[in-house]
Write a protein that binds this ligand. Sequence first.
Ligand code: NAD
Length: 497
Amino acid sequence: MSRRIPHWIDGEPADVPDRRVAPVYDPATGAPTGEVVLAEPGDVDRAVRSAAAAFPAWRDLSIARRQAVLFRFRELLEQRKGELAEIITSEHGKVLADALGEIARGQEVLEFALGFAEVLKGDYSVNASSGVDVYSFRQPIGVAAVISPFNFPAMVPLWFLPVALAAGNAVVLKPSEKDPSASLWMAQLLAEAGLPAGVFTVLNGDRVAVDALLEHPGIASVSFVGSTPIARHIYETAARHGKRVQALGGAKNHMLVLPDADLDLVADAAVNAGFGSAGERCMAISVIVAVEPVADDLLGKIAERMAGLRIGDGRRGCDMGPLITREHRDRVSGYIDTAAADGAAVVVDGRGVVVDGEPGGFWLGPTLLDRVPTTSAAYTDEIFGPVLSIVRVDSYEEGVSLINTGAFGNGTAIFTNDGGAARRFQYEIEVGMIGINVPIPVPVAYHSFGGWKASAFGDTKAYGRQGFHFFTREKAVTARWLDPSHGGINLGFPQNA
Ligand code: NAD
């Protein structure tokens, strides 16, 4: 319990004695492995001032030099990502292969961001009026705050950092206090890559630090990823304080299975997308909407595959690890009780699972629920654990209507061999990211990530071109050089001639 996890300010670890701390656990053993220092408003102010002081020099560095730093970061990350995966597994619990998977998806964004010179090129119109040229270009916005959730301690920060930094901003990252070490490791690596001190800051903390960031006049933008109630609070508070905000929230992702689908493909996809990372993914599939008569067959195929899953310590080659904390495990387990009390059938029960791991770990096995009433909290709430629900419907239309009446709109998938149905689905469904025979449709880095409805607040998605738009603002210049002579006074609105 002795390890103390500091901030990263001014290019080095920064601790403040006598501050509040929060325990960090190894979820596979249940043992505390360290304590993370929690910033107070004064620490936030120090961090933001450091970032603000570093910003102008980074902004003014040539494109080639900024690219060189990020290229070195990319090389170092590629060489040493195994270390990062071990850190993720030790604090989050996901299995090592999955930790490497999230790093790979983060690397995609980094590699996309390396091409920023192309994305940020401006526009130029010659002779918009006689002798007048009009051009526009984008400039960084200043100090960007990023507030990230526990479930992707490397990938979610990497959705934003490379884009914000490439565009010339300074970044203050407030990672989840449950697994903060991945961020500090990346800060160290960025420093080794040559990033000037202060351009990237890790500020550890809880809601006190977040609220101080949202109100701080030195913060230009807030990028948040986390649960919906907090996302709403972030959006409203940061906007009220004049910040640019993108706040990605929770999810409840449905997979619509039509009767003509390949049920073996569906069962594989449902197990992978339902139980990967113990269901602690915002793009996890949590509800299968089975258009009858396929539900019984599909149920059998899914249950058969679940029987083969190895649950245990992510360092032991298992398929699925523990949940993030004891409290979260108990909350998820409580939803199984709720579903059963509301009339659902518990087909596979993860409570009391036998694991390849320490008994004190935060375990809950994969769980399959059938005939979940859509009025049950187990259906309407985001559970965020290894619980897959089946809801039976009689038609495509009933399935679409069910999905569209839900509060969330993050991801969804349709499984079918009918191209016409899939095409109709992609237009009719009110969800931001859609998979067609693909269960976790996380867009590649050169598109953008974000949901609809209660899954995202603000109008700009993460990464891709939208990411660059978020982290820059445009200037338009109207210039005349040819005729410096005085054209006389004219108070009319300028017209082109
Ligand atoms: P969370 O909302 O509890 O925490 C997210 C961040 O907000 C953390 O940094 C935390 O310290 C901070 N925070 C927590 N309570 C706060 C408060 N009252 N005021 C201000 N800040 C506060 O989320 P989590 O449990 O870490 O992550 C899981 C959630 O994130 C799930 O709901 C999941 O769906 C969502 N998520 C969404 C996406 C997406 O892209 N839409 C991606 C990943 C995770």
